[in-house]
Design a protein around this ligand. Structure first.
Ligand SMILES: [Zn+2]
Length: 477
């Protein structure tokens, strides 16, 4: 029996990992067993513990991995799979491979730091606590990545092939169209990975990569993400509000501090600032980008011009790399980061981590949260339990480096920066399908979001939709 088994991102938004197994046939084709995505579980311990479980088919017997994009919840289990004996190719788009080159080693480094922290504070029941994989193991796993450009057909075995099509979620992001041939029967499967915003530039302004997932799809089985299955993003253009809140802060003599993910979100924000400064809507205040990873990510963005949106293409044609823009300073060393603390004039400081769980943003907030002249601006989702959530939800104080820091700065949030399509956008995309899939499985969503999207699609399109369950096997031929 050929089947899909949902090894992750079922009942949650992390750990994307779907096993495909096809049968051998009489012509000597031994069949295919591989993974679409190989993501790490993040968030609650109950899910993170599953990072330590082996795949149902031993890693060394898995033929290949096909990767939709570089986010850790889709790629972060690769070093662990390689550590377990996997030696096959990992297919990805060229930009995804470049981004994995910075994200996977960083993930290994964080695993080691976490294990060291637990050992020091004896907080783990595992003695000693071990990293899921190390920086060196993450670097070693990169050698198995193989570039497949968008649109090229890549054979996996005589009876299985795939091609990448655009998902418009982040740089390099793709959907996987998988074709399985068995006894003259062809089965098509579409794995969406994460789906980006729709084409309308006014709905998702400032997008660095091109908008709009590929349209007119035709598939027998659709495996689709459902992160925003019960939500709608604000439709107002964020630029006027952004300009106004920066201007008000500067007039008070304060600075704007922006916690942002180093890859994609930081670049998107930098491009929007440049655009607002060029059009005279913002004064040319100094901009500090304090993240070595963001610098590496800008370099990768500069390499992949084929992915740019029209606005980005125009900005880069006129002004070159953000790393060379006058008034924009990128801090790579710890010394350069500390120097930003001495800046007293109004400025804009962008740093990570995006949810204030660690990283250089902590220094900037420790110094600037107590001053009511400043503004803390959130441009990303803040998970409950994080410092970012405490600050964003109106907390009066927050603990940083063991100290209680009072929150007197203004706090603002713009919700338009999401890189995921919301429910109306997902429906708009599904309406472009050439034919109705025989079955649709929703993955990558909290249970409430997935089940609401299932009901909405059933009602709106009349499709056969189910919410995928963790470890569920679905027969595909
Ligand atoms: Zn993603």
């Amino acid at each position: 029996m050929a089947y899909i088994q949902f090894l992750g991102a079922a009942g949650t938004v992390t750990g994307s990992k779907h096993l495909i197994k096809t049968d051998p046939d009489s012509s000597g084709d031994k069949g295919f067993q591989g993974l679409i995505d190989c993501g790490m579980f993040q968030g609650p311990k109950e899910w993170r513990d599953r990072n330590w479980q082996d795949t149902p088919i031993p890693a060394r017997q898995i033929d290949a991995v096909v990767l939709t994009h570089a986010h850790i919840d889709h790629s972060g289990w690769i070093p662990r799979l390689v550590k377990g004996g996997f030696r096959g190719p990992i297919y990805a788009t060229p930009a995804t491979i470049d981004l994995c080159g910075i994200l996977l080693p960083d993930s290994g480094h964080l695993q080691e730091e976490d294990a060291a922290f637990y050992n020091k504070h004896k907080k783990s029941k595992h003695d000693p606590a071990l990293p899921l994989y190390t920086l060196a193991e993450a670097e070693a796993s990169l050698q198995y990545l193989r570039a497949v450009p968008f649109g090229d057909v890549q054979q996996l075995c005589p009876g299985a092939s795939f091609r990448f099509v655009r998902a418009a979620h982040i740089l390099g992001s793709s959907m996987v169209e998988l074709t399985l041939l068995n006894k003259e029967q062809t089965r098509r499967l579409l794995f969406t990975g994460d789906i980006g915003r729709v084409r309308d530039r006014n709905v998702a302004p400032g997008k660095v990569v091109r908008s709009g997932p590929v349209e007119g799809e035709e598939t027998d089985i659709l495996i689709m993400e459902s992160t925003y299955g019960n939500r709608q993003h604000p439709t107002a253009d964020p630029r006027p509000e952004l300009a106004s809140l920066i201007c008000r802060t500067v007039e008070r003599g304060g600075s704007v501090i922006v916690p942002a993910f180093a890859v994609e979100r930081t670049q998107k924000f930098l491009f929007m600032l440049k655009e607002l400064m060029q059009s005279g809507q913002l004064p040319a205040v100094p901009v500090y980008c304090d993240s070595p990873m963001a610098i590496k990510a800008v370099e990768i963005f500069m390499k992949h011009k084929e992915e740019y949106s029209e606005d980005t293409r125009r900005l880069i044609a006129e002004h070159g790399s953000p790393l060379d823009w006058p008034g924009f300073t990128f801090a790579s060393t710890a010394e350069q980061s500390k120097a930003i603390n001495r800046v007293k004039n109004p400025s804009i400081i962008i740093s990570s981590s995006g949810m204030v769980t660690g990283g250089r943003i902590l220094h900037h907030l420790q110094q600037r949260l107590p001053d009511s002249k400043n503004t803390i601006l959130f441009i990303g989702f803040q998970a409950p339990g994080t410092r970012g959530f405490t600050i964003k939800s109106g907390g009066r104080e927050v603990k940083i480096f063991g100290d209680i820091v009072p929150i007197r700065a203004h706090v603002a949030a713009l919700e338009q920066f999401s890189d995921h399509a919301d429910t109306p956008e997902l429906l708009q995309w599904l309406h472009t399908f050439a034919t109705r899939p025989a079955a649709t499985f929703l993955v990558h969503g909290e249970p409430a979001a997935s089940s609401q999207l299932r009901d909405t699609i059933s009602k709106d399109l009349g499709w056969n939709v189910q919410v995928a369950q963790w470890m569920q096997k679905v027969q595909i031929s």
